[in-house]
Design a protein around this ligand. Structure first.
Ligand SMILES: [Zn+2]
Length: 412
């Protein structure tokens, strides 16, 4: 077995083992009693259900990971990559169409493999815990729209990457980086107007106390707002959320209808204030810059590995190509991506504390955000006591109890 193959094998098995350990610790860390702070929002029955929900989702996640891992290992060891590469070359197309075919086939394969899991997650687990609102029709349409969108946007970017690495020489990675940057920035601009409306309906929030309170807050925080919208999240799930879209003076708040249903006006203002905090503390910009730097680094590293024959030998593909190199490099990079995502999550959790502090500061109290967080946790059956290893590895948000403690500290 060559070095590349060994690295990938150890990384894949190691990541799975880590996942099993952290999941088991996470289950063990669940406290049998409702934490005092949450007695007002959880009765014993709801709390019990939230624990069952965490258990079900954890078990499901592990099964899905195991099946993906075994499938990948079988496909690899049985010579699947070499077979697929040969198949895509039969037609004798140029390197770009051949590469598109190769990656499209893998994406279709992954989608088909993931489909039963999506169905089970939506119509069995989420359904059992009362979250699912997705009809079969919406589910099918979502998949179709997602595939078409991915084929058009992803296909275009992929074609450019294949093209540059084929013909742009040693500076290809810079061209790819430029193309990816243009795509990422354009997507940020067109997502609210072209992409999101394909999946959800945005309607302006009706005039009234809530709208007045939100606009008053935005004015007081010197945050120019183009509008407040309600998004029909209830079409798919009972879970609630809120987010911003747009840039500059074209910023819009989108509140899930499910959120408006459950939270009071001061709580909704506090939630919006938290989101404004992400803007004002430049988290959105920082994330974008980190994302761009990450992409650039990946393309540069990719360019270093594309001519390593050993990488292709490791996966049983005799003839080196950009498309296969792209996939194998992705696998080789699993452990480094894990480390990077841990670092990014670490930052993200700090940003959450900062946005919470901003909300408390600009609304004059942390109390509304505290009750909002409690209601959200109870409604979403969140795990209140995740294990620190699980938080360290996977969580972009701090445990809600830590956020509440931090907010109380500010209110003194
Ligand atoms: Zn946040």
């Amino acid at each position: 077995m060559n070095t590349y193959a060994l690295i990938v094998l150890v990384a894949l098995l190691g990541e799975f083992a880590l996942s099993v350990v952290s999941s088991l610790l996470n289950i063990q860390a669940m406290s049998p009693n409702v934490p005092d702070e949450f007695r007002s929002v959880y009765d014993d029955e709801t709390y019990g259900r939230s624990q069952q929900y965490t258990r079900s989702r954890t078990r499901f996640g592990l099964v899905q990971e195991a099946v993906s891992l075994v499938t990948l290992l079988l496909f690899w060891q049985l010579g699947g990559f070499g077979w697929l590469d040969g198949l895509c070359r039969v037609a004798g197309l140029g390197p770009v169409p051949t590469g598109l075919l190769f990656i499209a086939a893998l994406v279709v394969g992954l989608t088909v493999l993931g489909l039963p899991f999506r169905i089970f997650s939506t119509f069995v687990i989420e359904e059992r815990f009362g979250f699912n609102r997705t009809t079969i029709g919406t589910f099918v349409l979502d998949r179709v729209k997602g595939l078409v969108l991915g084929a058009v946007l992803g296909g275009a970017l992929l074609a450019l990457v294949l093209f540059f690495f084929e013909w742009a020489g040693p500076l290809a990675w810079i061209w790819c980086w430029g193309a990816a940057t243009t795509f990422m920035l354009t997507a940020q601009f067109v997502a609210p107007t072209w992409i999101m409306p394909l999946f959800n309906t945005f309607s302006p929030l009706e005039s009234g106390d809530l709208k007045d309170a939100l606009l008053d807050y935005a004015r007081s925080a010197k945050f120019p707002l183009d509008g407040v919208f309600v998004i029909d999240g209830s079409r798919r799930s009972a879970k609630a959320n809120a987010f911003f879209t747009g840039f500059g003076s074209r910023k819009r708040i989108a509140l899930f209808d499910t959120l408006i249903e459950k939270q009071t006006t001061p709580e909704l203002v506090a939630i919006v204030a938290h989101e404004v905090g992400h803007y004002k503390r430049r988290h959105i910009l920082k994330n974008l810059v980190i994302g761009l730097a990450h992409t650039g680094a990946l393309f540069w590293l990719l360019s270093l590995f594309l001519d390593r024959q050993g990488l292709f030998d490791a996966f049983g593909v005799p003839e080196p190509s950009v498309h296969a190199g792209l996939v194998f490099f992705g696998l080789l990079f699993t452990p480094i991506e894990l480390v990077l995502s841990i670092v990014v999550n670490r930052f993200s959790r700090r940003y959450e504390f900062e946005a919470d502090a901003f909300a408390a500061d600009t609304t004059g109290t942390g109390e509304s955000l505290i009750t909002a967080l409690k209601t959200l946790s109870a409604d979403n059956l969140s795990n209140l006591t995740p294990h620190p290893l699980q938080v360290f590895l996977h969580h972009s948000h701090p445990p809600v109890l830590q956020r509440i403690t931090a907010l109380r500290g500010l209110d003194r």
